[in-house]
Write a new protein. Structure first.
Length: 202
């Protein structure tokens, strides 16, 4: 089952930190009406990717959760460019691996110049990106993405817009996904008819 697969990948990605991250997903799910399974799915995807780069577990955990939260915020801030959470998450995933074009739609430019500027700012002006390991490059890309998102006011957008019309639609989408996971595909045809009607009146 899909849920079994998510749990397995989640455990593999977070190791000894899995229980701590699971508790956090429960907390954020209740606070922001986020689908918990989906949050676990994307965070474990990022976690597996970062582990493959060779990052230590502590950094894998922190950055994976940060990238997941950033995905939600980018989705909320640029919903005209990233129609779904999956679209935003794919852009973030691509960016952390060095494929920089998809994230440009969120106004984030991961250029050599911007990354070198970050290295300069932390006292590593003598180091070029080419000399960094894949793990170090991923850390730099993450830092540049977060700094850019913060300067644009993207960070925290999902939470801030919860009570807006667009936020209500996103929240509804997340809640319906949770219902589908809980009850299976029985209600999918009904939900597909109901969602457009509901969103028209939000």
């Amino acid at each position: 089952m899909e849920w079994d697969g998510i749990q397995y990948r989640f455990g593999r990605a977070f190791g000894e930190d899995a229980n701590e991250v699971l508790a956090y997903t429960e907390k954020i799910s209740e606070a922001l009406y986020i689908n918990q399974q989906q949050f676990m799915q994307y965070s474990s995807l990022y976690g597996s990717l970062l582990k493959g780069f060779g990052l230590e577990q502590e950094k894998v955990t922190a950055i994976s959760v940060g990238l997941t939260e950033l995905s939600y915020d980018i989705w909320a801030a640029y919903n005209d460019r990233y129609k779904t959470l999956e679209d935003a998450s794919e852009a973030v995933r691509s960016a952390i691996t060095g494929e920089i074009e998809p994230i440009r739609n969120a106004g984030i430019a991961l250029t050599e110049a911007s990354m070198q500027e970050y290295l300069d700012s932390i006292g590593m002006a003598h180091v070029s990106m080419e000399k960094l390991t894949e793990a170090q490059k991923a850390e730099v890309r993450y830092a540049v993405m977060v700094n850019s998102a913060m300067s644009q006011g993207i960070v925290g957008t999902y939470a801030r817009e919860m009570d807006t019309a667009e936020g209500a639609v996103r929240r509804l989408t997340q809640q319906i996904k949770t219902l589908v996971q809980a009850f299976g595909s029985l209600f999918i045809p009904i939900l597909q008819k109901v969602i457009p009607w509901i969103t028209a009146f939000v």
